[in-house]
Design a protein around this ligand. Structure first.
Ligand SMILES: NC(=O)c1ccc[n+]([C@@H]2O[C@H](COP(=O)([O-])OP(=O)(O)OC[C@H]3O[C@@H](n4cnc5c(N)ncnc54)[C@H](OP(=O)(O)O)[C@@H]3O)[C@@H](O)[C@H]2O)c1
Length: 283
């Protein structure tokens, strides 16, 4: 990505660091934000070898870089590296956004607010008082727990293939809401209003084992993964009469918008950006 947006001001450097990184949509998303808000930025994608993360961040900061997005597999390393963290990053144990002020690195995690904004603002799903099922207990699940619990759901159940990981995660966050965890077999007698898939099962074309009785009337189903075709979980949700069936493209754009806001203090409009990305995905 070589688009430079120079609206008569000094161009500030930003980048996303990951491995692999060539598939990243972040440069396109931030280019659209910059154009729309007339911010003079250059945003590139940086492939970094495992073991080379802190050096790469140090070099970027020393060269005057203003901010970074961090993706797989460096989010935990970024958490350890920064000098200061937001509360949500602290609890997530992972950082996906760094704001650089000379040699001071401020770390945040915008994945959870990205998910919540996509559910509530873009899709009109009110989470307060709802029974939520979160499938998966990996990095993505941990990262969204605080913003989800801040919406004050009636309950949040974490289900995971390895049940102990779900139980441990629920215990870690028990101070922040009505949260429990277990295996998929515990879902047999439970019904939910909102079901969020934060597993990597969709990436493998698989579906966690879900009972036919899982969804309440008017339930919404959300897969954090996105693709041109509906994921196995989205297909399951449609065939079980979910009222809303959504993928994670909106979350991706919303987490980027929150990063952009942290860096530039300007909120980009996201709807048109989600639409543009959706069109590209469908090609
Ligand atoms: N849209 C976005 O902006 C966004 C942002 C972040 C992540 N994501 C997506 O979220 C997903 C999870 O990412 P992550 O970073 O949390 O990965 P992760 O840390 O590797 O965790 C993977 C989770 O998926 C579970 N899992 C894997 N294969 C499974 C299967 N076949 N059946 C049931 N459960 C399975 C694992 O269970 P065990 O604990 O039993 O192994 C674990 O809970 C990915 O698809 C990623 O692309 C999307």
């Amino acid at each position: 990505m070589t688009d430079i947006f120079d609206f008569g001001k000094k161009v500030d450097d930003y980048a996303v660091i990951g491995n692999p990184i060539s598939h990243s949509k972040s440069p396109s998303i931030h280019a659209l934000f910059a154009e729309q808000t007339q911010q003079s930025i250059l945003y590139t994608a940086m492939h970094v070898d495992v073991g080379g993360f802190s050096q790469a961040v140090g070099n970027f900061a020393a060269a005057g870089g203003k901010g970074l997005n961090i993706t797989v597999p460096f989010k935990q390393e970024a958490w350890a590296l920064v000098n200061e963290r937001s509360e949500r990053a602290e609890r997530a144990g992972a950082v996906n956004t760094i704001k650089i002020d000379n040699d001071h690195l401020y770390g945040d995690n915008t994945d959870g607010v990205g998910l919540v904004n996509d559910l509530t603002l873009n899709n009109g799903i009110d989470l307060s008082g709802k029974n939520i099922l979160l499938m998966g207990a990996g990095g993505a699940a941990r990262g969204v727990l605080i913003p989800l619990l801040k919406e004050k759901p009636a309950s949040l159940f974490i289900a995971n293939r390895t049940p102990d990981k779900a139980k441990d995660l629920a215990e870690d966050f028990a101070d922040s809401g009505n949260i429990q965890g277990g295996g998929y077999e515990s879902l047999a007698d439970k019904q939910f209003d909102v079901v969020i898939n934060a597993t990597a099962a969709s990436l493998q074309g698989e579906l966690p084992p879900l009972p036919d009785t899982l969804l309440n009337d008017n339930a919404s189903c959300y897969d954090m993964m996105y693709a041109a075709e509906p994921t196995p979980f989205m297909q399951w949700a449609s065939s079980h009469n979910a009222s809303k069936v959504l993928d994670g493209l909106g979350m991706l754009v919303e987490q980027a918008a929150e990063s952009f806001y942290i860096w530039r203090n300007v909120k980009p409009e996201t709807k048109s950006v989600i639409e543009k990305l959706r069109k590209k995905l469908d090609k």
